[in-house]
Design a protein around this ligand. Structure first.
Ligand SMILES: Cc1cc2nc3c(=O)[nH]c(=O)nc-3n(C[C@H](O)[C@H](O)[C@H](O)COP(=O)(O)OP(=O)(O)OC[C@H]3O[C@@H](n4cnc5c(N)ncnc54)[C@H](O)[C@@H]3O)c2cc1C
Length: 465
């Protein structure tokens, strides 16, 4: 049973349908529109002509799905509600600064993403591994000495971790590397029961000291959840990604990732500023989509929106809950903070993590300037000025001479869907029981660049099955 907004395609009225042409009489149209025929028609499309597929949403999932479908010979149309491609992964240009819509990083080890992205063309710029932890006026450097030999001495001297913690970290890396899933959420029968990351790390034997000084701010920044209530599957998968490749951003901003995906699509495929209002159905079969301007028919429709919109459009059950971030940008003369992520190891601080992003790629700031990206978890309900002041207060405790000029704030209440333990087992599949309807989006896999692209790829395969 579907419950989302739908309109039946009828033989008369304004609906424009390939299956009920204007010239057909009402009875003839009704006959043509029997579900049996429509099922056969979709089958014929697969066998004898190009499949016509509509993808809703030009985020990473929708773009990847459209790319794979186009590569395999389908005729694709992609409808996007907003004014650009990328969904949650976009970059704005302002006064010579590149402002990602929220701090995001890409892991070169992402297995599904690397199948679809040309890393060389993205001109990826690498963060130094590990992090600098600021706590009670002290600074300590944490690193993986095998990957960042330059920081070996400071790593060993670091007081943020005990020697036992360092050994356990290497054991966890080795253990996570054994996992062979392509995403944190992939349903694998042999998987052990899921627990939250904090419980998992405690069971692994990590000290409270490293949990508080490193894991909470570091993984808190990735999961947007400093309590570490996120599924340990996400922790292990992320651990593996961090240990197996580089942490990077494209030289010209994270928005280059969706732009590269979109560049594979023929001209005219992407329709921006075109929100889909409803799915068109005949009986249970999805036949196309309705926008404010027109109705568009297809052999299959892929709903690749964020979870809530997908639930509304397709009438499917999607994960509820979300985690958010507030990203503050400052122009600066330069902190001298290097290429590592800076973490707030103090309890109750405002900012969680900070990076001088123009040290990673100089294109993020105009010549002679530096760009500081600072993240607070959640979206506090305060005016911009107050938030900028609190950010400056945190950063100047670490860098007393920092000059910081507020540039922009991005408040992102829905950055990722919540991923408590067990959530991945209940996520919807790409396949639905509704003929003509396929799902794509992070909410079928896990909340990440890799998860959304893997979902898009699987959705394309499902359409063509
Ligand atoms: C601030 C932030 C930080 C993050 N950090 C990281 C990170 O460091 N590393 C990582 O791997 N991942 C990170 N993520 C997660 C990752 O960005 C997302 O998981 C991924 O982008 C989701 O892609 P998607 O295609 O599933 O959904 P979306 O990007 O949400 O795309 C859905 C698209 O559907 C469109 N749409 C919605 N309704 C309609 C409609 N009715 N008609 C037409 N179009 C519609 C929307 O406009 C949107 O473009 C972060 C996300 C955010 C926001």
């Amino acid at each position: 049973m579907h419950t989302g907004p739908v309109r039946e395609i009828r033989a008369s009225g304004t609906a424009r349908s390939r299956f009920a042409p204007d010239s057909a009489g009402p009875l003839e149209s009704v006959r043509i529109l029997t579900e049996e025929f429509l099922g056969l028609s979709a089958l014929c499309a697969k066998l004898f002509r190009r499949m016509r597929v509509i993808v809703i949403g030009a985020g990473l999932a929708g773009l990847t799905c459209a790319k794979v479908l186009a590569e395999r010979g389908s005729e694709v149309s992609l409808f996007e509600a907003s004014d650009g491609v990328g969904g949650r992964v976009r970059t704005d240009e302002r006064d010579g600064f590149l402002l990602d819509r929220g701090f995001q990083v890409y892991f070169t080890a992402y297995p599904a993403a690397r199948r679809h992205l040309n890393h060389a063309k993205l001109d990826l710029r690498v963060f130094d591994p590990g992090a600098v932890v600021h706590r009670s006026g002290e600074r300590s450097v944490l690193s993986d000495p095998r990957r960042d030999p330059a920081s070996l001495v400071s790593s060993l001297l670091s007081d943020a971790a005990t020697t036992g913690d360092k050994v356990r970290t290497l054991r966890l890396v080795a253990s996570a590397r054994q996992d062979d899933t392509e995403s944190a959420g992939e349903k694998v029968k042999s998987r052990a029961a899921d627990v939250n990351s904090l419980e998992y790390l405690r069971e692994f034997g990590f000290s409270e000291k490293i949990l508080n000084r490193f894991f909470r701010p570091f993984y808190g920044g990735i999961f947007l959840d400093r309590d570490l209530g996120t599924s340990s599957r996400v922790l292990r998968f992320t651990f593996k990604m961090l240990a197996s490749g580089d942490t990077v951003v494209p030289a010209r901003g994270i928005g280059e990732i969706p732009k590269q995906l979109a560049s594979h699509l023929p001209e005219g495929v992407i329709h921006l500023n075109s929100p889909v209002d409803e799915l068109l159905r005949n009986g249970e079969r999805v036949m196309g989509v309705g926008t404010a301007e027109a109705e568009h028919e297809a052999d299959a429709v892929v709903v690749a929106t964020e979870a809530l919109a997908a639930g509304r459009l397709a009438g499917v059950t999607v994960p509820g809950g979300s985690v958010g971030q507030t990203c503050l940008y400052y122009a600066s003369g330069g902190l001298g903070a290097g290429k590592k992520i800076l973490l707030n190891g103090d309890d109750g601080g405002f900012l969680n993590n900070v990076v001088e992003i123009s040290n990673i790629s100089e294109s993020y700031a105009p010549p002679g300037e530096s760009l500081v990206s600072a993240v607070a978890i959640g979206t506090p309900d305060e005016p911009d000025e107050g938030l900028f002041r609190r950010g400056i207060s945190d950063i100047t405790r670490w860098y007393p001479n920092a000059d910081l000029r507020p540039l922009a704030i991005y408040r992102i209440p829905f950055a990722q869907f919540s991923q408590p333990p067990g959530v991945h087992d209940g996520l919807p599949d790409n396949h639905t029981n509704t003929p003509g309807l396929v799902l794509a989006g992070e909410y079928t896999e896990d909340s990440s660049i890799n998860g959304s692209m893997l979902s898009g790829e699987k959705a394309a395969v499902e359409v063509l099955a």
